[in-house]
Write a protein that binds this ligand. Structure first.
Ligand code: HEC
Length: 129
């Protein structure tokens, strides 16, 4: 009898926590296109790969092109592309200081200048101009 009570006490808060968990994980910001973009970009890889970026709109644009050309991402065009770029640049833009909402600064590696959360060294696969 007491074992059951123990179990209930352990499980009850757990199920509450699970119900509150967002399907896009923590720190997927509110904004136009949030759900659509979350499903689309999360289809192939973790959204963490998106959250850890800080790119200008132009660089997001290049990255989407690169992903379509080399990673089989269905191309995004016209208004849809604008929606995506607006969302990405607004939430994961270049000017994110100290790690933004996406990741606390402490958890991000120091950038080339030794400053926390300013920029991650680009991986070799990212296109550069
Ligand atoms: C069809 C599959 C697919 C879709 C959809 C997709 N990606 Fe990717 N993405 C990839 C692959 C493959 C890689 C490279 C391999 C890896 O690092 O896992 C990648 C890598 C990335 C990277 C890392 C680039 C770097 O410099 O390391 C970012 C950022 C990224 N994707 C963002 C996005 C965003 C934003 C979206 C939604 C607009 C998206 N992806 C949708 C397949 C996809």
């Amino acid at each position: 009898m007491r074992k059951w009570m123990m179990l209930a006490m352990v499980l009850a808060p757990l199920s509450v926590a699970m119900a509150q968990e967002d399907e896009f994980g923590p720190s997927w910001p509110e904004g136009p296109g949030r759900e659509e973009i979350g499903y689309f970009c999360g289809a192939c890889h973790s959204l963490d790969i998106v959250k850890q970026q800080g790119l200008s709109r132009g660089h997001w644009d290049e990255l989407l092109t690169w992903m379509s050309e080399y990673q089989n991402m269905p191309p995004l065009e016209g208004e849809e592309r604008d929606l995506y770029l607006d969302y990405l640049a607004a939430n994961f833009g270049e000017e994110r200081s100290g790690g933004s909402a996406a990741m606390p600064a402490e958890t991000r590696p120091a950038g080339p200048g030794g400053q926390q959360g300013i920029s991650l060294a680009p991986l070799p696969i990212r296109p550069r101009n």
